[in-house]
Design a protein around this ligand. Structure first.
Ligand code: FES
Ligand code: FES
Length: 156
């Protein structure tokens, strides 16, 4: 057992757990951060998509021992600015995207990371960019997701 310290949604946290426990279980079971969903557990479905240091990642595939004190994890719980929803969250509501909702935190986190990456690379949010999102939605909300990402990107 070792102590691991890193930031989650702006707060420094410390957990005592084996190095090889994957971060998704640390977030959900030890820290009570339930936004990142457990779908496959093997980095395929992307239901757990969150950000590490501003980039999308899937915490089901990262052992907690890989994190250092300077690493900052952001989950859907940390996306809003206080009571002010993130533009992508607003776009999701405006476009009535969610069906069962299970995949949606990961979809939104993937969308925000995609828009930021495209902005850094000088690319627009066109169909090629949207194709880079590989998050699975069993309810098939893909068309509404794509419309919401375009709308959210306009306000980011
Ligand atoms: S639960 Fe993380 S990718 Fe499926
Ligand atoms: S909304 Fe149900 S899995 Fe995506």
């Amino acid at each position: 057992m070792s102590t691991h310290t890193f930031k989650v949604n702006g707060e420094l946290v410390s957990v005592d757990v084996e190095d090889d426990v994957r971060l998704l279980w640390v977030l959900r079971d030890l820290l009570g951060v339930k936004g990142p969903k457990y779908g496959c557990g093997i980095n395929v479905c992307k239901a757990c998509t969150s950000h590490i240091n501003g980039k999308a990642f899937n915490p089901c595939s990262v052992p907690v021992g890989a994190l250092s004190e300077s690493d900052e994890v952001t989950t859907i719980e940390g996306l809003a600015d206080g009571d002010e929803l993130h533009p992508m969250q607003k776009a999701w509501i405006d476009n009535d995207v969610a069906q069962c909702g299970y995949c949606q935190p990961g979809q939104i986190m993937a969308a925000v990371a995609l828009v930021k990456r495209c902005a850094e690379e000088g690319r627009s949010i066109d169909d090629d960019a949207l194709d880079e999102i590989r998050n699975i939605c069993r309810c098939g909300t893909y068309n509404r997701i794509r419309e919401a990402i375009k709308a959210g990107a306009d306000n980011m």
